[in-house]
Design a protein around this ligand. Structure first.
Ligand code: TRP
Length: 389
């Protein structure tokens, strides 16, 4: 990225105030247009989810190819993932919620990658810890509610034997100068991370590889993940696989008005964890950054600014699924009819209700989770102890 930009976005660093349109231009991705969305709605025979209609997902690569394939009756599959380093925030579920919508309405297989190696390399966390979080995060992700017959999990340290031959083929085509430029690696970067992008590419090709025929892939993800898949797309054809398509979201803003709901190097108060107990949720929402005015009188007179408000962002992405209600909240915020304290009080029971339902669903998927994980095949024993002769 040119040095004159006042922000920087890579999978390993999000810095500055992001101008999302500019970022889309810099990354060279397409705008998610109303025409494309309308076509998607027609093919799905269902209303589009707020994640798509409210500009949260705003960019794509080759979504049209997926829609064309679906219209021709060809299957495609969904792929998204999580690099475990700690508990999940409410905003982490967004990509999986969009996948669930696609799976339900367009009937696609779902591949989830849990990269329990990635943050060990990227942040120096103990591998036991990232693996443990991987299992915890997987329960939260599966609790979103996927079709049990069509959901597969690639859990890096568990599934490596099944994916390694493909990872070797992928890695052979990516050289150090590619990744150095794309990810901004330094001499002190772990060598694991230099190989890692090959592992994140593998699920894009895995279904085609095992089926011996091209199966298109659609990846809902944060736009920060695009650099990985730019590399994937560059090498796809050389390997005889279709390029994956993507839909990109903006980053969910944090509760403290930071650029992303992240607690990496930041305060605990910035994110709502799925496991936060009710009093903690209440405190975090009460203290959350809003677009309100300094005094009630001023707010009544001038209205508030939802565009910078972390509470409004929660309504927008998740907690006001009804468009009429969402429009009303936005209007009342701007006009000054709705004060921040009341708005927070209205939101709180929605969040508590969601977390309670989520915790229940999470328990229900516990016994199923193990069987979703792609196991490394035992493979032929060609050497080592116990081999006869
Ligand atoms: N790198 C992602 C993270 O840091 C994890 C991930 C793996 C992922 N495969 C993915 C994210 C595919 C989106 C799509 O969390």
């Amino acid at each position: 990225m040119p040095p004159e930009e006042s922000f920087r976005v890579t999978p390993y660093e999000v810095r500055g105030r992001i101008d999302y349109e500019r970022l889309r231009e810099l990354f060279g991705t397409q705008s998610l247009t109303p025409e494309l969305l309308e076509r998607l709605g027609q093919l799905a025979h269902a209303p589009l989810p707020p994640l798509l209609t409210r500009g949260i997902y705003y960019s794509h690569r080759d979504l049209g190819a997926i829609l064309d394939a679906h219209a021709r009756g060809e299957p495609f599959f969904l792929y998204s993932g999580r690099g475990p380093s700690g508990p999940l925030h409410t905003s982490h579920l967004m990509h999986f919620e969009l996948c669930r919508w696609f799976q339900k309405h367009l009937g696609a297989e779902m591949y989830i990658q849990i990269t329990d190696d990635e943050k060990s390399w990227a942040r120096g966390l103990p591998r036991e810890e990232t693996t443990r979080w991987g299992y915890e995060n997987l329960l939260d992700i599966l609790a979103v509610g996927f079709d049990r017959a069509r959901t597969h999990v690639i859990f890096d340290t568990r599934s490596i034997g099944a994916i390694y031959p493909l990872a070797v083929d992928v890695a052979r085509r990516i050289n150090f100068s590619n990744v150095k430029a794309v990810f901004g690696f330094k001499p002190s970067t772990s060598i694991g991370l230099i190989f890692y992008t090959a592992l994140q590419s593998v699920p894009c090709f895995y279904p085609s590889w095992i089926a011996h025929r091209p199966v298109l892939c659609l990846i809902p993800c944060g736009i920060d993940q695009d650099p990985h898949f730019r590399l994937t797309r560059d090498i796809a054809e050389g390997l005889g696989f279709p390029k994956p398509s993507l839909v990109h979201s903006q980053m969910a803003p944090g509760l403290q008005g930071d650029r992303a709901m992240s607690t990496t190097g930041g305060p605990e108060e910035n994110a709502l964890y799925l496991s936060d107990p009710p009093p903690v949720v209440e405190r975090k929402i009460r203290n959350a950054f809003t677009g309100g005015r300094a005094t009630i009188e001023e707010q009544r007179r001038l209205g508030a600014n939802p565009d910078i408000c972390s509470i409004w962002a929660l309504w927008r992405t998740k907690f006001a699924p009804d468009d009429r209600e969402f429009a009303q909240i936005t209007q009342d915020c701007r006009s000054g009819a709705l004060l921040c304290g009341d708005c927070k009080a209205n939101l709180l029971p929605r969040v508590q209700g969601f977390l309670k339902d989520h915790a229940r669903e999470r328990e229900k998927v516990r016994s199923w989770a193990e069987s979703t994980i792609l196991e490394s095949p035992p493979g032929p024993r060609t050497s080592g102890t116990g081999t006869p002769g």
